[in-house]
Ligand binder design. Structure first.
Ligand code: URA
Length: 268
């Protein structure tokens, strides 16, 4: 059964190229500078003969937060590693902030529990919320495409976010939400023990590195943090909206792969 799920998951991860996301300015609640986050408004993928079985979850009743209007038609990844599974179950019942009321699904993070590289984004967007899986929209597709170019599969790494539920309308995470959610991230990192964290974009980079320096200045540098070794890089959504050339993100990812021991060099 686990194998079947894994196969379906793998198929699904690489399968979807979704419609154009739009960008939105956020009201800042933390001293984060320079980068906007993505807003993704997309139609759900059309069903096909290969569509996996439907698993719906998180149906909620009354809430002061925006109402959920959808349920998930996707297989939600559930960790097989016992320590991660215990953390997932803890996270699933967490009520420390209100995002669990407005989000469709928990986006715990997924990938290899023994990964050398762990990617950390900001928070789930619409696609991630719907699928219960981080970086499955256009930004994730770009990220995975770059990694695949160097022989790295999504399943080789672990991907998570600062927040595990989508903030309504993709607004910036609130300080209280970050405080409530980051203990889960820290525990995830402690369990996985990656050789290198790659923080994507200003938000996660500045949070993890406890700095206000903008991402364009710190990207590509490998630094110590209280979470372990970190390389901040550009958020793939910033590349998609044309703010930076893809070569910068690709160069950083290759550097990160080299750092953890991959024998790779930049391909033209
Ligand atoms: N952007 C993020 O920061 N995280 C995701 O999971 C998707 C988009």
């Amino acid at each position: 059964m686990d194998n079947l799920k894994r196969i379906i998951r793998q198929y699904f991860t690489d399968e979807h190229i979704l419609p154009i996301e739009t960008q939105e300015e956020h009201s800042q609640t933390l001293p984060i500078v320079e980068e906007e986050e993505e807003e993704e408004s997309k139609a759900p993928p059309s069903p096909s003969s290969t569509t996996p079985p439907i698993i719906s979850e998180n149906k909620k009743e009354e809430s002061p937060m925006p109402k959920k209007t959808e349920t998930s038609n996707f297989i939600i990844p559930i960790p097989t590693d016992p320590a991660l599974l215990a953390l997932y179950n803890e996270c699933k019942t967490c009520k420390a902030c209100e995002l669990c009321d407005s989000a469709l699904n928990l986006v715990f993070g997924d990938g290899n529990p023994q990964a050398d590289i762990m990617l950390i984004g900001e928070a789930p967007g619409a696609d991630e919320d719907e699928q219960g899986r981080p970086f499955v929209g256009r930004a994730g597709t770009l990220l995975v495409k770059i990694l695949n170019k160097y022989g790295v599969q999504r399943e080789d790494i672990f991907i998570a976010n600062i927040l595990k539920h989508r903030p309504p309308n993709n607004r910036n995470p609130l300080t209280a939400e970050i405080a409530a959610c980051t203990p889960f991230l820290r525990k995830q990192i402690d369990i996985i023990k990656p050789k290198l964290l790659i923080t994507l974009g200003n938000f996660s980079s500045q949070y993890i590195l406890e700095t206000k320096v903008g991402i364009t200045q710190i990207r590509g540098s490998i630094q110590e943090s209280s979470y372990g070794m970190v390389m901040p890089s550009l958020h793939p959504s910033a590349i998609i909206r044309g703010a930076y050339p893809v070569a910068l993100l690709e160069g950083d990812l290759v550097k990160a792969l080299q750092y953890v021991g991959y024998d790779v060099t930049i391909e033209e």
